[in-house]
Design a protein around this ligand. Structure first.
Ligand SMILES: Nc1ncnc2c1ncn2[C@@H]1O[C@H](COP(=O)(O)OP(=O)(O)OP(=O)(O)O)[C@@H](O)[C@H]1O
Length: 232
């Protein structure tokens, strides 16, 4: 669903990503780990079309991002790519329903109530549609953000430390939701995390070191992830 071929991203003299080649198959859940500064966020931002690589090729659902104009890239991002952040990034003045409808508004369409409510129901928040972010717990806010990211039925959902601002139990609920989206709806998910317990929800863990892929682990357990981190 998403392919990176020899993707390089430099910031000045600093190489944040160094010729990374990796594919994320449809309906799989991948965790990306590595020390601070190893390039995890840069990998996600490039794969999501939020940042442009200096070299290499990225395709999402068969569409090559590399040569696209800003306008085409924005459209593709809006329709085919979902992104959730550690800090939720909901608009505080809008209700959950209005936040979830936002991608449609940005695309110049009237949010379709049934689609929005279905997205909220899919994250277990059908009864919170009229609440504003400050009336919701952190876990509920993140679930609204996930509903917003999924409302356009994107080819891939990228999540940059989605549980980083949540306590352990709430984080676990969000991870279970992501796992269910993969198992029940064949959603493709790529998630950056520092937490071995979070990574254990994925089908595969990729490790980055100094902008390069340094290892991977299939069907990870938290202890296998910890061992791999210790060996790095
Ligand atoms: N906008 C930027 N300008 C300059 N350098 C940057 C920028 N973004 C990232 N970098 C550099 O690129 C490298 C990779 O950063 P990146 O944020 O991708 O790492 P990370 O693995 O996500 O780190 P963390 O776990 O701390 O979030 C780092 O050396 C960082 O300083």
């Amino acid at each position: 669903m998403v392919e990176l071929e020899a993707v390089t991203r430099r910031y000045g003299k600093n190489t944040a990503l160094d010729a990374v080649t990796v594919a994320f198959a449809r309906g799989t859940f991948t965790a990306v780990m590595g020390p601070s500064g190893s390039g995890k966020s840069t990998l996600l931002q490039c794969a999501a079309g939020l940042d442009r690589p200096d070299a290499g090729r990225i395709t999402v659902a068969g569409q090559d991002l590399t040569g696209l104009s800003e306008r085409r890239l924005t459209l593709l991002r809006r329709e085919r790519i979902g992104f959730v952040f550690q800090a939720f990034n909901l608009l505080p003045a809008l209700t959950a329903r209005q936040n979830v409808g936002l991608p449609m508004r940005l695309a110049g369409r009237r949010p379709d109530r049934a689609t929005v409510d279905r997205a909220l129901a899919a994250v277990g928040l059908a009864d919170r549609a009229g609440h504003r972010p400050q009336q919701l717990s952190g876990g509920q806010q993140q679930r609204v953000a996930i509903a917003r990211a999924l409302v356009t039925r994107p080819a891939v959902l990228f999540a940059d430390e989605p549980t980083g601002a949540l306590d352990t139990n709430t984080g676990r609920d969000v991870l279970r939701l992501l796992r269910d989206l993969v198992d029940e709806h064949h959603q493709t998910i790529v998630m950056v995390t520092h937490d071995p317990a979070a990574a254990a929800y994925a089908d595969r863990v990729l490790f980055l070191t100094d902008g390069r892929l340094s290892g991977s682990l299939s069907a990870p357990t938290a202890s296998a992830v910890i061992e791999m981190m210790a060996a790095a």
